[in-house]
Design a protein around this ligand. Structure first.
Ligand code: AMP
Length: 425
């Protein structure tokens, strides 16, 4: 049996890496004072049609849809925002007095795409959503989160692209300009684009088939159609990014593949040669109409979603070593079956006092056990023979210096407290 196409298994070093980065995300989100949310990985298909947009590639070509045993149309979530918005509305978070509502999520998403490097059918996203504030501070804060996460991890080659689609009025003016631009040449574009032209001309700009045509390059840009209010909002976002020392580029080609964006849109790119099509590490923006579309009261929203696999690929491409634990503190060796219970108790005492420890489960000979201690990168080895159980004095060996100590069982935690501190300095 083989795993499904476009999926991957996590084990070994990869597991350590994933847990380490997830831990960092959690710590960072606590610092930013965001609340953790977790919504189902499947939802009514209707939610994504309304939430992501009927005309997007994600909904028309990439969803995993199924009919459940109760004849309901269900979809494995292709992205996180729609589910979080549904939860925000259903749980009446909009009625809280402590606005804005700032939340984060992490979990698997599913898209039926052609698998290639950095593109999977099941992949993980870390994302945030902030509801209830129109302030450009929020847009800038949301952009700062992935930027700071990449910085903490030591990723250097990143580029922040921002753009603004403006409010409803600006978007409408822009839509008309796009129609004027593409109308005379619509016959030269691909079949999908003809369809997009009728339903949502903005989506023509995402086309992968027509991307290199001159007519795409000369298309009008959203920035030229911003009304005064939208322009001021965008100026403020830029001002606040500058206040945080975040370098950005205004890139009018960033329009994002989802229908719900208004005002700010952004993408963070890896500036890594050889990274090719997987170079977009993270994307997001403001979506002032989405909550209403999903059935809630008109509420502002801003968010981003960051690709977890692409982040890990970028760290690997830049040869960044993550400082996760690669050693254990102690390895317990009972010399025979008679000492196992005693050793097991010592092991538990260590583990419950905050040390990483393991024991011989294979009844190895002493030589084999020392090899195992090396394989586990154990700093210390605790040898428990008949003598030790009788006297309650343990034999502890520093596995690097080979120094040997005799330590009373009652003082074993003190010993590890003192000696590991010395080891670490
Ligand atoms: P999107 O929701 O399409 O804006 O995607 C946000 C981020 O998720 C992208 O910038 C990628 O880093 C990541 N991503 C999107 N689709 C995939 C995929 N099929 N496989 C892996 N990562 C993805």
């Amino acid at each position: 049996m083989q795993k499904p196409k476009g999926t991957y298994d996590v084990f070994g070093e990869r597991g350590k890496k994933e847990l380490y980065i997830r831990g960092l995300m959690e710590t960072l989100m606590n610092k930013y004072n965001y609340e953790y949310v977790d919504t189902p990985i499947f939802e009514a298909s209707e939610l994504f049609h309304r939430g992501v947009g009927e005309t997007t590639d994600i909904v028309t070509k990439e969803t995993y849809d199924f009919v459940d045993r109760g004849e309901r149309n269900m979809t494995l979530r292709p992205e996180g925002t729609a589910g979080v918005v549904r939860s925000f509305v259903e749980n009446k978070m909009y009625a809280r007095e402590s606005m804005p509502v700032k939340v984060w999520y992490f979990g698997p998403m599913f898209r039926y795409e052609r698998p290639q490097s950095g593109r999977y059918r099941q992949f993980k996203q870390f994302g945030v959503e902030v509801f209830g504030s129109e302030d450009a501070l929020v847009d800038a804060e949301v952009i700062s989160i992935p930027v700071n996460l990449y910085k903490i991890l030591g990723l250097k080659g990143i580029k922040v692209n921002i753009n603004s689609l403006g409010d409803k009025e600006s978007r409408e003016n822009y839509r008309e300009a796009l129609i004027k631009h593409f109308e005379p040449v619509i016959d030269t574009l691909c079949e999908d684009c003809k369809e997009r032209f009728k339903k949502n001309p903005l989506r023509i700009l995402d086309c992968k088939i027509d991307a290199d045509k001159e007519i795409m390059k000369t298309a009008p840009t959203t920035i030229d159609y911003l009304n005064d209010e939208s322009r001021t909002h965008f100026e403020n976002v830029k001002k606040y990014l500058e206040a945080l020392g975040i370098d950005y580029v205004v890139n009018p080609r960033v329009v994002r593949g989802l229908d719900y964006y208004t005002h700010t849109v952004f993408e963070v790119e890896a500036d890594i040669p050889s990274f090719g099509a997987q170079n977009v590490l993270c994307g997001g923006g403001r979506y002032n109409g989405l909550v209403e579309q999903v059935g809630g009261p008109s509420t502002n929203g801003v968010g981003f979603a960051l690709g977890f696999e692409r982040l890990i690929n970028a760290l690997e491409a830049e040869n960044i070593e993550l400082p996760y634990e690669k050693e254990i503190d102690a390895y317990v060796i009972p010399m025979s079956d008679n000492e196992k219970a005693y050793g097991f108790d010592v092991l538990q005492t260590l583990r419950m006092s905050g040390f990483n420890a393991d024991i011989d489960y294979m009844s190895r000979k002493i030589g084999g056990n020392f090899k195992q201690a090396d394989r586990l990168n154990s700093k210390f080895v605790i040898i428990i023979g008949e003598e030790e159980t009788k006297s309650n004095i343990l034999t502890i060996k520093n596995n690097r210096t080979k120094e040997e100590y005799k330590v009373s069982k009652e003082l074993v935690i003190d010993f590890f407290d003192d000696n590991l501190e010395k080891e670490e300095h």
